[in-house]
Design a protein around this ligand. Structure first.
Ligand code: G3P
Ligand code: CA
Length: 243
């Protein structure tokens, strides 16, 4: 059986402010095989890395990401909400993260946030950047917006895409295949053995999120998931090492 990979959710979000370079570097240092991050567009249509559609929870600013320019967003403190020791952390651009990833061996899972706010051409902009850094074979694009994944596949059928979903679906590998996606990124509670085994038989990778409890990490690794997406990559790495 292949080793279950460890993807650090928003970087090492359990120990560092999520979706910052500090969190990504910590994930690399922890032994993660990949990182997951969230992408949205600024007012001036630059892909930036932030989870929420608004900046209040993870910065000292206010407002919607879509209403702030890159220059305005980059003035915000994206670390103090987590701990005062991260006050220099900023919202990274996707370009900045891709540049950094290209100097590592990490797999990069880019989640397109394109639901509550509809970002024009986010698919094209993200794809262009991934191509620019020649990272096509190390990037997986996922989204809860499956129309965005279809668009990605129409723009470039070589890039790996994965459906995000929260609820139990019957034989989701058939649905994923039907829209041209090759991976299943499901809420951990729906990653039941029937799903993991059926997906494996169909050759479809399963990468549940967000797998933080020790017993869930152990169960999903021994169950044969292709990867787990976790806030705690260091802990997951240690657990995997002992199995
Ligand atoms: O990509 C898995 C997971 O990150 C999806 O949910 O809300 O944490 O972006 P969320
Ligand atoms: Ca995400």
């Amino acid at each position: 059986m292949n080793k279950t990979l460890i993807f650090a959710h928003r970087g090492s979000a359990g120990t560092h402010p999520e979706n910052t370079m500090d969190a990504f570097q910590a994930a690399l240092d922890a032994g993660a095989d990949g990182i997951e991050l969230d992408v949205q567009l600024t007012k001036d249509f630059i892909p930036v890395v932030i989870h929420d559609e608004t900046v209040e929870r993870t910065t000292n600013g206010t407002g919607w990401v879509k209403d702030l320019t890159l220059a305005e967003l980059q003035q915000l403190d994206a670390g103090s909400w987590f701990s005062p020791s991260f006050s220099t952390a900023r919202i990274p651009t996707l370009q900045e993260v891709l540049q950094w990833v290209s100097g590592t061996q990490l797999i990069l899972n880019i989640e397109l946030k394109n639901g509550i706010v509809r970002y024009p051409d986010i698919e094209k902009k993200v794809l262009e950047l991934v191509e620019q850094f020649n990272l096509m074979d190390r990037v997986i694009i996922s989204s809860f917006n499956h129309y965005s994944l279809v668009e990605i596949n129409q723009l470039n059928s070589e890039i790996e895409t994965a459906i995000l979903f929260m609820e139990g679906l019957y034989e989701p590998w058939n649905y994923a295949k039907g829209i041209g996606a090759s991976g299943l990124h499901c809420f951990l509670a729906v990653a039941v053995p029937e799903l993991i085994i059926g997906a494996a038989k169909a050759g479809t990778p399963v990468r549940p999120f967000t797998v933080n409890e020790d017993h869930h990490i152990q169960a999903l690794i021994s169950g044969g998931c292709s990867a787990i997406i976790t806030d705690w990559p260091e802990k997951a790495f240690k657990i995997r090492t002992t199995m």
